[in-house]
Ligand binder design. Structure first.
Ligand SMILES: [Zn+2]
Ligand SMILES: [Zn+2]
Length: 70
């Protein structure tokens, strides 16, 4: 009997468990990081609102997507 394979639709990498695949897929999601505290957000807007709301200032630079090594 063949083991079930969990394959990443983005890069084709194969994992033994669904859990491994799910944690891997997070690496493909672009994130925006707060320059002050490093908190991560899904959108640039969220990151901006966080910096203004929490740190009381607009970010000095645009939040950039954080690309994690696969
Ligand atoms: Zn992948
Ligand atoms: Zn922050």
């Amino acid at each position: 009997m063949k083991m079930a394979e969990w394959k990443c639709q983005d890069c084709g990498k194969v994992f033994k468990t669904e859990q491994d695949l799910l944690s891997h897929e997070l690496e493909h999601v672009p994130r925006y990081e707060c320059a002050v505290c490093g908190e991560e957000f899904k959108t640039k807007e969220e990151a901006y609102l966080h910096e203004v709301g929490k740190h009381g200032r607009p970010p000095a630079t645009d939040p950039v997507p954080v690309k994690r090594p696969a």
